[in-house]
Design a protein around this ligand. Structure first.
Ligand SMILES: Cc1cc2nc3c(=O)[nH]c(=O)nc-3n(C[C@H](O)[C@H](O)[C@H](O)COP(=O)(O)OP(=O)(O)OC[C@H]3O[C@@H](n4cnc5c(N)ncnc54)[C@H](O)[C@@H]3O)c2cc1C
Length: 333
């Protein structure tokens, strides 16, 4: 039995102060839907749990003005059901509704979703069962050269090929989202793309937050491409499963010419993956199924499959192509 200090501060400042007293073994807890799992598995062993659910104003959803702004404590289900999100940014709504289950979405927050950890089975196995550089730096990686069917084919290193699990961060990546942070250095914000790190030689370092930083909000610049958008997710079963390959696509077509397109990939990479090479194939041209497949191939041109996950290239190409055609079908100019 391990003792755990539990506190429930009501201000950001108090939460950060409590975190500082707990050092590297402190953890914030929001919906708890993934942190408690990781504690039961022995992957996370916090000595201090800081419940941030009583901090006021972190759950606000704002859709007026030039940006969408989601407080980090907004529930996944509430954001998914917000009318503006459903109608003007279907890729956001779909990325949330295709994640987890209704019960989980009613507990889980959009901020906690950004920091969920990989579902790599070697990472989540008991301590010392398999080598895992993410869990125990320097121990090796059982997935590389092992059973790697679910592992990443983009962004992997010789140290780690664990897939980034979230759907919502993929949709946010397509829309150039920004995260707002409060920490010991005060308030700051930066692009979501800068939150995540490639595994390289240090897969245990997954994001660029300082200890004690709290994500307070996520903002998205409004774009005309949002309306013609989709989050297309393929998985082993139709619900309650993580992506084998997914694509978030938003597109703006005027007089049959693609003016703007955003493509991001999930289920295939070590972090939410913006597919800029695929975007450049399409912009300024007329979208056809053939061109959509060409864009899909461009998205995977740098893929490095292992022994059992080569299928993700063909699957991913079709997912990108299908997502482009679905999104284009919603372009009603
Ligand atoms: C069975 C199951 C199936 C799932 N399927 C999917 C799926 O298909 N797709 C998908 O995307 N997700 C899926 N999930 C993951 C789920 O979406 C996440 O568990 C959830 O979004 C996490 O949110 P939370 O508020 O519960 O986070 P918590 O568990 O409370 O926290 C997660 C992490 O984030 C940190 N944290 C939380 N909030 C903040 C903050 N504001 N600032 C700084 N740090 C913070 C915590 O310290 C912790 O490390 C699944 C989960 C389960 C259990």
């Amino acid at each position: 039995m391990r003792a755990i200090d539990y506190e429930r501060p009501t201000t950001l400042e108090a939460a950060i102060a409590v975190y500082s007293s707990g050092g590297t073994s402190a953890r914030y807890i929001a919906g708890g839907t993934t942190l408690y799992d990781l504690m039961k598995l022995g992957v996370e062993k916090p000595t201090h749990l800081i419940d941030i659910t009583s901090i006021t104003n972190l759950e606000r959803i704002e859709t007026e003005g030039d940006v969408l702004r989601f407080g980090s404590m907004a529930l996944m289900s509430d954001v998914a059901e917000t009318v503006t999100v459903r109608t003007e940014y279907p890729l956001l709504s779909e990325s949330l509704l295709k994640a987890a289950s209704q019960q989980l979405r009613n507990m889980a927050t959009v901020g906690g979703n950004l920091l969920q950890r990989t579902r790599c089975p070697y990472f989540r196995a008991g301590q010392g069962v398999y080598p895992c550089n993410k869990r125990q730096p320097g121990s090796g990686c059982a997935a590389i050269g092992g059973m790697d069917r679910g592992q990443a084919i983009l962004g992997a290193s010789d140290a780690c090929n664990a897939v980034s699990p979230g759907d919502w961060p993929v949709a946010l990546t397509a829309l150039d989202a920004t995260v707002e942070i409060m920490g010991t250095r005060g308030h700051r914000s930066f692009p979501l793309a800068e939150l995540y790190r490639l595994p390289e030689e240090t897969p245990q370092t997954e994001h660029s937050l300082d200890g004690g930083d709290i994500i307070t909000a996520i903002t998205i610049p409004k774009t005309a491409a949002g309306r013609a958008s989709t989050y297309h997710k393929i998985r082993d079963r139709e619900s309650f499963a993580f992506a084998l390959a997914s694509a978030a696509v938003a597109i703006e077509i005027e007089e049959a010419v693609v003016r703007d397109v955003r493509i991001a990939l999930g289920g295939v990479a070590t972090m939410p993956w913006r597919a800029r090479q695929a975007e450049s194939v399409i912009v300024g041209r007329t979208l056809t199924r053939e061109l959509a497949v060409e864009a899909g191939r461009a998205a995977f041109q740098d893929a490095r499959p292992g022994r059992h996950n080569r299928f993700k290239i063909d699957l991913g190409v079709q997912v990108v192509a299908d997502a482009l055609m679905i999104a284009a079908g919603r372009n009603v100019r």
